[in-house]
Design a protein around this ligand. Structure first.
Ligand SMILES: Nc1ncnc2c1ncn2[C@@H]1O[C@H](COP(=O)(O)OP(=O)(O)OP(=O)(O)O)[C@@H](O)[C@H]1O
Length: 302
């Protein structure tokens, strides 16, 4: 899944097409946007980011378009907006679903006309930018709810990239862990070599609601507390359905947990990335539990 995404990224990077990156919080959308910029012919020009959720509607306008001296109380000098700063580079609109409907209309106009005026100004400014937007919301649903303009949605959704949640790619965890540990060692001045086999099992059995950011946080906490150069992963948040299940029998909860783990691992049973290893039992035990509990792979499942 991630390989497919990287292929897409390479294909679209060197065009000027607008890219819409969707995915849950902490999946790496901003990192994808940075890669896109680095892979593009605009890489020596700036990538300017705007977190649309961080500004009120009126502040956002002056952030995006800039203002002339005296445009409003407090505008003591002329200021360039992010559109202008991103000229010849990439403008990254993070959390684009958070734009007010008013700000959406203004953005749409700039995209259509490729030009705008600073607040309080009359000069029309032309910019050459590559637009990349990201959202953790399903934007089409926001359109249906009347919270997002359909015309803007179609302007942004030229080339959609879906970043998968971490629970759908737990095979990537070992590689992610080694990347993250590499930067943590530099940040914390430590020499952590890796995570123990049991620790890795715990990481791969978890469902990661906070995605890669949560993995990073857990590793950072463990790295700070650890006296050894191998992390054993002591404190994992509890997402085990055996302890969350209400009104289920133990067998039902066990079946659910086994099935969810198998699905996340593409029904691989044995080997270091297999469900038996992640669940901490021999493959033969897992097979007999599956048989007893009636767990079978459906032909439509990957
Ligand atoms: N493949 C990866 N390798 C290493 N670190 C990663 C990877 N993907 C994401 N991260 C790290 O995870 C954290 C979250 O990534 P990022 O901020 O890009 O996510 P996001 O989807 O934009 O999150 P949000 O929606 O909350 O803004 C960052 O610190 C990023 O460096």
């Amino acid at each position: 899944m991630i390989r497919h995404m990287i292929q897409q990224l390479h294909l679209v990077a060197n065009t000027d097409s607008t890219v819409l990156i969707c995915g849950e919080n902490g999946t790496g959308k901003e990192l994808v946007a940075r890669n896109l910029h680095q892979l593009s012919h605009r890489k020596d020009k700036p990538m300017i980011s705007v977190n649309c959720a961080a500004f009120s509607a009126s502040l956002l306008e002056s952030e995006l378009f800039g203002h002339e001296k005296g445009a409003f109380t407090g505008a003591t000098s002329r200021r360039k907006g992010r559109f202008e700063l991103a000229h010849q580079g990439t403008l990254f609109l993070d959390e684009v679903a958070e734009l007010s409907l008013e700000a959406q209309s203004k953005l749409l106009r700039v995209i259509q006309e490729q030009s705008f005026e600073r607040l309080g100004g009359s000069e029309t400014i032309q910019v050459d930018i590559r637009l990349v937007a990201a959202s953790h919301h399903d934007l089409l649903k926001r359109v249906e709810l009347g919270l997002f303009r359909m015309d803007l949605y179609y302007r942004l959704n030229v080339f959609p990239i879906q970043v998968p949640p971490l629970r759908a790619r737990i095979d990537d965890i070992p590689e992610l862990v080694s990347h993250i540990l590499h930067s943590l060692n530099r940040k914390l001045g430590k020499k952590i070599r890796g995570v123990s086999q049991k620790g890795l099992q715990k990481l791969m059995a978890y469902t990661w609601p906070g995605n890669v950011r949560e993995l990073q946080n857990i590793l950072e906490r463990e790295a700070i507390l650890s006296q050894s150069d191998i992390l054993h992963i002591h404190a994992m948040p509890n997402s085990n359905p055996l302890t969350q299940a209400h009104g289920q029998t133990l067998a039902e909860a066990e079946a659910l947990h086994i099935e969810q783990t198998l699905k996340r691992l593409h029904w691989r049973i044995s080997g270091p990335l297999g469900a038996a290893n992640v669940l901490g039992v021999p493959a033969s035990t897992l097979r007999s539990r599956m048989k007893k509990l009636g767990i079978k792979r459906q032909s439509t499942e990957t």
